[in-house]
Design a protein. Structure first.
Length: 385
């Protein structure tokens, strides 16, 4: 290098300063990008809806809103642990897409979530189309507006019409005809990650007299609780063995004709049938007691999001609750909308599933989280081996 010592020294300082500015500028740019992007963690979707996120929802969000989306699949308990260490303005995820049980457990544990309803009616105007009675509580846990429903789930009797010509119409009929279906009744383990088995048993116990509106301590001491469990233990002698560890395992049992009928989510069943993952002769029909809402998908926003992250998350939520997105979900995924968009659905939408009001007329909501936890932890103790 040519020049005086002072000039050489100044050049070195300037070069060093410029070298520092490059990574600093990049870091600032990356921070701004992180603030305006939305990182979604999904604890509720099966393979069907994970594909819907990747092929429809994410491209639509990025096209319509210009907001980058990063998407990952997680589990509720793990996510709940992660949330305890999240710092203000530095969450690992900016939008939570979670199952109802996860949301209930998060709120009960004191997880900090942003109140969305009705506080953010201006930022999320489409939340006004949500069913108010669903937003008040979930699994008996008061929500205080911290969750919005994206889809509503419906459980029904699902059956292979090749083997079940006249499906039972009530749980009592199902119980009375149990020998007719011996070894061919499907159940997902109640301690599985999927809530299908828990919903099955909760419906069964309700149908045989358990009143879940009472405190769990009262329920446990009641004669109805003991009698209903005894009936379930007897009914379980006719289940297909082994009891399925997950929905894909039970669906495989349907494919191999080991299982002929079960009680499970109609949306995932019909979508899987359309994909060739279940026999083409699969159908769904209501029983007198069915669970609605046990596998609802909920949207929630961490309170530790930065202001920019929250603003982006609210835009995404509003788009997800738009009539266009909700009807696309109904018509292609057989998934009931979280809003009242179904009222404007074309008649073709009801060729395979009943309208929402008809489906919910024979449905009940899970209202006792302690009972669900008991079923999850002890349900298999009542399954005859």
């Amino acid at each position: 290098m040519v020049g005086s010592p002072r000039l050489v020294s100044r050049r070195r300082v300037m070069a060093g300063t410029a070298g520092c500015l490059v990574p600093a500028a990049l870091a600032t740019r990356a921070a701004r990008a992180a603030e305006t992007s939305v990182i979604v963690v999904d604890t509720v979707s099966g393979p069907n809806f994970q594909a819907f996120w990747k092929t429809y929802l994410i491209p639509k969000i990025q096209k319509d809103l210009g907001i980058p989306v990063r998407y990952t699949v997680g589990s509720g308990p793990t996510l709940q642990l992660q949330m305890k260490s999240w710092r203000q303005d530095g969450p690992e995820f900016t939008l939570l897409f979670v199952k109802g049980l996860d949301l209930s457990n998060m709120i009960q544990s004191g997880a900090e979530l942003e109140p969305l309803y009705p506080a953010l009616a201006a930022q999320i105007p489409n939340e006004s189309a949500e069913p108010k009675e669903f937003l008040a509580s979930n699994n008996g846990v008061t929500l205080d507006g911290k969750g919005l429903i994206f889809w509503r789930a419906q459980f029904d009797l699902i059956y292979n019409s090749q083997f079940v010509k006249t499906p039972p119409k009530t749980w009592k009929e199902f119980y009375d005809r149990r020998k007719e279906f011996e070894g061919h009744i499907g159940l997902i383990r109640p301690d599985a990650g999927s809530g299908g088995g828990r919903a099955f048993i909760y419906s069964f116990l309700t149908a045989f007299g358990v009143d879940f509106s009472q405190p769990f301590a009262t329920i446990e001491k009641s004669a109805a609780w003991q009698d209903a469990w005894n009936k379930f233990r007897d009914f379980s002698k006719y289940l297909a063995q082994p009891v399925a560890s997950s929905p894909p395992v039970m669906f495989h049992q349907f494919q191999t004709e080991e299982v002929w009928l079960s009680v499970y989510a109609q949306d995932y069943t019909l979508w899987s049938t359309a994909q060739g993952q279940l026999p083409p002769t699969m159908k769904a029909a209501p029983l007198d007691v069915n669970i609605i809402g046990t596998s609802n998908a909920w949207l929630a926003v961490p309170k530790v999001d930065s202001a920019a992250q929250k603003a982006a998350a609210y835009q995404v939520i509003n788009l997800l609750l738009s009539p266009e997105v909700q009807l696309e979900m109904l018509e292609t995924m057989y998934q009931y909308p979280g809003t009242d968009a179904w009222k404007n659905a074309p008649a073709s939408a009801w060729q395979k599933i009943p309208p929402v009001d008809q489906a919910e007329s024979h449905g009940i909501r899970i209202s006792n989280l302690q009972a669900v936890t008991f079923i999850q932890q002890h349900g298999m103790d009542y399954v005859a081996q």
